[in-house]
Design a protein around this ligand. Structure first.
Ligand SMILES: [Zn+2]
Length: 194
């Protein structure tokens, strides 16, 4: 079945009007005749009816709000068809309602969780991360200075001194390396006292 065989070209607006019961007389007969020979319009009709059903459930029966089984399929179909072209006001209105329903649900869920569960821990995580980063930055700076001094002393000791003195330097170096943590700790303690 191709569109060229059709006397009436697909009028997707008629599908929405038909679902809303707005087609009458000759227009209604024409559309129903078209439906018998057009699978695309039948599919569109089914999709629109399912969407309408979903919206009815969301807005008229909110006490027992439950997503219909076909919900995600319908939403996906909507999203795909909406991408394929300009849609009618009527459908856009429905899409808006659907978005509003989803947004309300999300906000209801978020609202309950936000203050106590999400925002406060996020803030404290941010604060702790800040402190840790600051500390890591200063530690890295200290380490860089230490390594620089270490390398300078080490190379001088090994390459420019006679063997005996070189060995002495090495021992002194190892000793001061062991002392370094104490020195750094004392340096930090002195800083915090200031
Ligand atoms: Zn059609």
């Amino acid at each position: 079945m191709t569109d060229t065989n059709h006397e009436v070209v697909c009028q997707l607006e008629d599908v929405a009007a038909y679902v809303d019961g707005e087609l009458t007389g000759a227009a209604l007969e024409d559309f129903e005749a078209h439906l018998r020979s057009c699978g695309a319009c039948v599919d569109e009709l089914r999709t629109q009816r399912q969407l309408l059903c979903t919206l009815d459930v969301a807005f008229n029966d909110s006490r027992s709000f439950e997503l219909p089984r076909e919900f995600s399929r319908v939403v996906t179909a909507r999203a795909e068809s909406d991408l394929s072209g300009v849609r009618r006001k009527r459908e856009r209105g429905r899409a808006l309602k659907l978005c509003a329903a989803l947004a309300l649900t999300s906000f209801a869920l978020m609202g309950a969780a936000a203050q106590g569960v999400v925002i406060d821990p996020l803030r404290s995580v941010f604060r702790v991360t800040n402190i840790l980063l600051d500390f890591a930055g200063r530690a890295a700076l200290d380490l860089a200075e230490t390594v620089t001094v270490f390398v300078r002393v080490f190379t001088r000791a090994v390459f420019f001194a006679p063997h005996g003195i070189g060995l002495l330097f090495l021992i002194a170096l190892l000793f001061s390396t062991l002392l370094l943590p104490f020195l750094i700790a004392r340096y930090h303690r002195a800083q915090t006292v200031e």
